[in-house]
Design a protein around this ligand. Sequence first.
Ligand SMILES: Nc1ncnc2c1ncn2[C@@H]1O[C@H](COP(=O)(O)OP(=O)(O)OP(=O)(O)O)[C@@H](O)[C@H]1O
Ligand SMILES: [Mg+2]
Length: 285
Amino acid sequence: MTESWSVDLADQLGIDGVTAVATLRAGLGGNELWRLSRPDGDLVVRAFPLGAPPYLAEREQQAHAFAADHGIDVPAVHSCQVLDGRSYLVMDHVPGERLADALWRGDDPDDLGRRSGATLAALHRITDPAPALIARRSWLDWPAAMPGLRPLLEPYDAGHVTLHLDFHPENLIVSSEGRIVVLDWANCVVGPPAADLARAGAILELILVAVPELTEIGRRAAERYRDGFLDGYREAGGDPSIPDPVRAWAYAGQRRDLAGSWVPPWYLDRLDQQCRELVDAQNIP
Ligand SMILES: Nc1ncnc2c1ncn2[C@@H]1O[C@H](COP(=O)(O)OP(=O)(O)OP(=O)(O)O)[C@@H](O)[C@H]1O
Ligand SMILES: [Mg+2]
């Protein structure tokens, strides 16, 4: 499916020499992605939904630059542009494979987990202020403000760093040189590191409980990846503890984020229940 791609669009984006176009499988964000084959090196174009805020590509460009400046591997961004109200990010295609595919194929889950955890810890170690378009976005508003939880979260709304907030095996590439490259900075916000860890843990839990085709071998790999992730995070100097209210926030946010998606209704109920139990355990009248 390359319906929205056109030679005109390539011209407008200033891309030449394209010899082939392939659509990449996108997630739930409603983006379209294309891989453009070129003799000078393949590119990926990420097109945000028409009608979405025009600064989305620029925000991701800022996130990529920030991460790259601090030694985190990300695809190099060539440009961000707004054309006819739609924003586009043009970046290098990273040769390699999705970490999820490496995991399901049987690559060492402990090692992949450790190195992923160490990468997230490296992001959380950065003390420089977040770039402008990210700094104005708080974890407390992801994916929407949740006023009911807010009083419980206030004590943890401290020690802000830049968070990825979608750090999972489909957003990581194991490059052909074996490096872990971080994609998809769409959710980037500022907040406490525990929020990023809680969110990463909640996504791995989703894979473990709700992915219908997960085999027993896949489940074991995902569990070992999760354990390795926390070990790698700790070994790289991160604090792997997650306060219960922050865990509740991650479940509640995931509940909102995934409503209307492929996940089964029982899984959404499970998130509600997990959130409620953690909140009730706080014994706040
Ligand atoms: N620069 C890149 N190099 C190699 N592969 C890429 C690159 N960008 C995206 N991909 C591939 O495309 C897939 C989707 O990309 P990405 O996660 O950035 O978009 P998305 O899924 O639309 O985002 P969202 O989850 O917010 O909807 C990735 O899993 C990866 O396989
Ligand atoms: Mg994605």
